[in-house]
Ligand binder design. Structure first.
Ligand code: HEM
Length: 506
């Protein structure tokens, strides 16, 4: 029965053989890019090139930025990395990035995410692939036009007066202000109101159920992160195991809320200018546009509402938090912005209106520079859906390979932005923008699969900035831990720890 005369001897032989086989497997796997003549950054067993982020030492966006810088310093136009054992193509040249995101989009329609189609609330725009994505994107696009944003502006304006009330209360206490938390409550109110039709009251009460839900949504345990990465890396195996990405308590919270809202509106014949209403209309009537013509199901309505909340709430509140921090560090920029705000509002009866915000050019520069320095989405990805030959190279990206674009890496590249760590809104004057490659600034991604909520995200962030900068002068409080670093195990690029500011009424 034993190969040798002892069980121990057999076990040792078995482990040694397994060890040797595994080493060969990793060695062979980790030469994929070298075999294809693509420069690679040497990976480590078993996490490939993302060990630091898997171990929770840094956010993956920072890992990708370092890879970008390493490849760029070696003069590479592209490279290859490994996420666990899965090869991912890593373009550096902005023309290659433009081809993948836009010009040759038909090869890169999908995202490399694992989705269990049977999971409730998973059929949302961010996750969907192929024809299902095209149909949903086409149905949802009319939801985000400037006309619709103008209609939703009134809902945002209600939250803006709550923001001022909260700020007045905080400033009166003469204590430093935890700006990250205040702004998280502000965006919770706006998105909760627009996506779910709810009065969340997060600014009045930090313990409100919706604020607690927002915290829970982004609090991802190490186990859940490992599960997600595993499923993304080995999608076929995850499919075989029927792995689920849903969290039961989140599904229940959302479904109860969406069903309740729909029932109330339908029973009372009540309608409102918000995302939820547009989704309900698409459930009850055939949506317009070039798609399969099918109305949305209840699960699809709930899925879109949750992704609008998840994709729109923390990205915008992080953008605003960094904008206030940078303005507090740079008083001359803050003063210049306040001057513009006062000047333009004076021409609009001192009312913060949609049109007044659109006229504020320096405000856009401040927002763009914040998005450059601290892009909330530090990277984006695509999946190659048919073999793709890289133009001007004798290299083919194989069907099924993922592509990683380091937004943070590009935004900190001194070739495009000299002295990249400096906060300087002058980089975004019309003249300076025209001197750069269009793809050197990608905070919302690019191409047919870019951020659908860009207008909404910008509008709510601009509204937050205008109403607070108009009324308060901000400086950084010594309780803020500087230099700012990024939270390691987090979905968006957010500051580690709190950002404490002093606010003085102007
Ligand atoms: C400052 C705020 C925001 C930033 C920086 C941001 C950034 C991004 C980025 C980088 C992408 C990936 C694009 C690509 O791969 O080319 C994305 C996708 C997406 N965003 Fe945003 N986003 C913001 C706000 C919002 C808001 C407010 C919503 C919804 C109300 C939203 C909904 C989405 C959705 C649904 C997608 C997936 C689109 C698709 O796959 O077709 N985002 N966002």
């Amino acid at each position: 029965m034993f190969v040798s005369n002892s069980l121990l001897g057999d076990l040792i032989a078995l482990f040694v053989t397994l060890g040797v086989l595994l080493t060969f497997y990793f060695k062979w796997t980790y030469q994929y890019w070298t075999r294809r003549n693509v420069p690679q950054i040497d990976p480590h067993i078993p996490f490939g090139n993302i060990s630091e982020s898997i171990k929770g030492r840094e956010i993956v966006g920072v890992t990708f930025k370092k890879i970008y810088q390493q490849l760029k310093s070696q003069g590479c136009r592209h490279g290859g990395i490994y996420i666990f054992t899965q090869p991912s193509y890593f373009p550096i040249d902005l023309d290659y990035i433009r081809n993948i995101l836009t010009k040759d989009f038909q090869y890169f329609v999908d995202r490399p995410f694992y989705v269990n189609e049977k999971d409730p609330l998973q059929a949302h725009l961010l996750n969907l692939s192929g024809t299902r994505w095209r149909n949903m994107r086409s149905k949802l696009t009319p939801t985000f036009t400037s006309g619709k944003m103008k209609l939703m502006f009134h809902i945002m304006a209600e939250s803006q007066s709550d923001l001022l009330k909260r700020m007045d209360k905080e400033a009166e206490s003469l204590e430093p202000i935890n700006i990250k938390e205040v702004l998280a409550c502000f965006t919770t109110n706006i998105i909760g109101s627009c996506a779910f039709g709810l009065d969340c009251k997060a600014l009045e009460d930090e313990n409100s159920p919706f604020r607690q839900f927002g915290k829970k949504l982004f609090k991802i345990s190490v186990l859940h992160r490992l599960k997600r990465t595993f499923a993304a890396t080995f999608p076929d195996f995850a499919k075989f195991l029927r792995m689920s990405n849903s969290r039961k308590e989140i599904v229940k919270f959302i479904m109860d809320m969406v069903e309740g809202t729909i029932e109330y509106r339908e029973k009372n014949n009540y309608s409102r200018n918000d995302f939820m209403q547009l989704l309900i209309d698409m459930k009850n009537n055939k949506p317009k546009g070039d798609h399969d013509g099918k109305p949305l199901t209840l699960d699809e309505v709930a899925s879109q509402a949750i992704v609008f909340f998840a994709a729109g709430f923390e990205t915008s509140s992080t953008l605003m938090t960094f904008a206030f921090y940078e303005l507090a560090k740079n008083p001359h920029i803050q003063d210049k912005l306040r001057e513009e705000i006062n000047l333009i509002l004076a021409e609009h009866n001192n009312e913060i209106s949609y049109d007044a915000i659109q006229e504020m050019k320096y405000l856009s520069q401040v927002i763009d520079e914040t998005l450059r320095l601290h892009p909330p989405a530090a990277q984006t990805s695509r999946k190659c859906i048919k073999d793709y030959k890289i133009p001007d190279q004798d290299i083919t990206i194989e069907k099924g390979t993922s592509v990683t674009v380091s937004i943070l890496g590009i935004h900190h590249d001194p070739d495009y932005y000299p002295d990249p760590e400096k906060f300087d809104p002058e980089r975004f004057t019309e003249e300076n923008k025209s001197l750069r490659h269009n793809y050197a600034f990608l905070p919302f991604g690019e191409g047919p699969r870019n951020c659908i909520g860009m207008r909404f995200g910008l509008l709510q962030s601009k509204m937050g900035l205008v109403s607070l900068i108009k009324n308060y002068k901000f400086t950084v409080n010594e309780k803020t831990k500087e230099p700012i670093t990024y939270q390691p195990a987090h979905v968006v690029l957010a500051a580690q720890g709190e950002i404490w500011l002093n606010a003085q009424k102007v």
